[in-house]
Design a protein around this ligand. Structure first.
Ligand code: SF4
Length: 138
């Protein structure tokens, strides 16, 4: 099986704070399979570490009020192109990220409140019919 994975879940230090979201569950799940790591925010040219962002009224904005929507959308488009080329059987995504969240995201108020919804990349990859799994569903 071919599995596309949010790179931070594999231990890549691409998270906004310079760390990662390494997951033993993901490591076990991908064992013996072909893995395609992607970090849409890095692909969009954003630095690591970076100021955390949320989707504010449909526009990705960082906590300091700077609009980073273009970078997020560019990175999502590049990651989607990789998915369309590689055709993964499943895409495993980090929960609640404004790029990768596929079930819930933060509500845009930077107060840790969650709402149902998708990050920019997750929305695209789901729209194209890929099977997605949120980390918390593994
Ligand atoms: S964009 Fe996705 S892969 Fe990159 S750090 Fe955020 S959750 Fe992880």
């Amino acid at each position: 099986m071919k599995i596309m994975v949010s790179a931070c879940l594999l231990g890549e230090n691409c998270k906004y704070n310079g760390g990662n979201n390494y997951s033993e569950k993901v490591a076990a799940f991908i064992q013996g399979h072909e893995v395609i790591p992607v970090c849409p925010e890095c692909l969009g040219g954003l630095p690591t570490p970076r100021i955390p962002s949320e989707i504010v009224k449909g526009v990705v904005t960082n906590r300091e009020g700077q609009i980073v929507d273009a970078e997020f959308r560019k990175g999502a488009a590049i990651a989607l192109d990789i998915a369309l080329r590689e055709k993964p059987d499943v895409v495993v995504l980090q929960s609640r990220s404004p790029s990768c969240g596929c079930r819930e995201i933060y509500d845009g108020t930077f107060s840790r409140r969650k709402i149902p919804g998708q990050g920019i990349f997750a929305e695209q990859v789901m729209k194209h019919g890929f099977r997605v799994i949120d980390l918390e569903e593994l």
